[in-house]
Design a protein around this ligand. Structure first.
Ligand SMILES: [Zn+2]
Ligand SMILES: [Zn+2]
Length: 231
């Protein structure tokens, strides 16, 4: 079995993260993961203000990808697969997006003016997938639970960033009820994160497209469950 992180952030790109891409890559390698997918907060989420304010679209995209690039450079050096993804924010609903890359972002400066529904359509037309991250998380920064079952391909039924296990139990119920592929993710922002999740696969993922296919064909071998929270 092969182990992959599906949901994590870097300090270069996400304002709420403290771990640099290089540090994240090294840590996951040490922990025996085969690969990681960097999913920094997109322009409508908590990426650095300097990135949000950048007016040059190409430069903005390059700045956004800097955390991924740093992790990838270290991953290449130490033998850890590092793939690109992003976490798109729709008023509290966080949609992990896989299967898009720098060229795709360069070619679609309109993404920020699209509705979430048109964004999902564009990602799907481009061969990508959306996984709803922690759909039932409750926290001070969230005002409502917002579900878009007709626009996503999978549900993150285990997320280590949830403060209570019941938010994961509800996500699992949601995924099962709608028949969604289920994933696990740490939502890792810091080197101090102790409880790590992710997914297992039967065959190694050589590219993000392999992960996209695993989502599309329901070919996730299992979720990595850390020790349960007490509450
Ligand atoms: Zn964050
Ligand atoms: Zn996240």
């Amino acid at each position: 079995m092969y182990k992959y992180e599906t949901h994590m952030h870097t300090a270069e790109t996400s304002a709420c993260a403290s771990a640099a891409g290089e540090q994240q890559a090294r840590r996951y390698k040490e922990l025996g993961y085969d690969g990681i997918i960097i999913t920094d907060h997109f322009f409508n989420g908590n990426c650095h203000e300097s990135i949000k304010n950048c007016k040059d679209w190409y430069k903005k995209v390059d700045m956004f990808m800097s955390g991924y690039e740093a992790a990838k450079a270290e991953g290449d050096r130490i033998g850890l697969k590092v793939f690109f993804g992003l976490e798109y924010c729709y008023c509290g609903a966080d949609l992990l997006t896989y299967g898009v890359d720098r060229e795709w972002l360069y070619a679609h400066p309109e993404v920020m003016s699209l509705s979430v529904f048109d964004y999902a359509g564009l990602v799907h037309d481009s061969g990508g997938v959306l996984v709803h991250a922690h759909p039932f998380r409750e926290a001070g920064y969230l005002n409502e639970i917002r579900l878009v079952p007709h626009y996503v391909d999978g549900v993150e039924s285990y997320n280590c960033g949830n403060a209570s296990e019941v938010y994961n139990e509800r996500a699992k119920w949601y995924a099962e009820s709608f028949g969604f592929v289920q994933t696990g993710g740490t939502d890792n922002h810091h080197l101090s994160a102790e409880r790590l999740s992710g997914i297992y696969t039967q065959t190694p993922l050589e590219s993000i497209d392999d992960y996209v296919q695993a989502i599309k064909t329901n070919n996730i071998a299992g979720i990595i469950y850390p020790e349960k929270l007490k509450n």
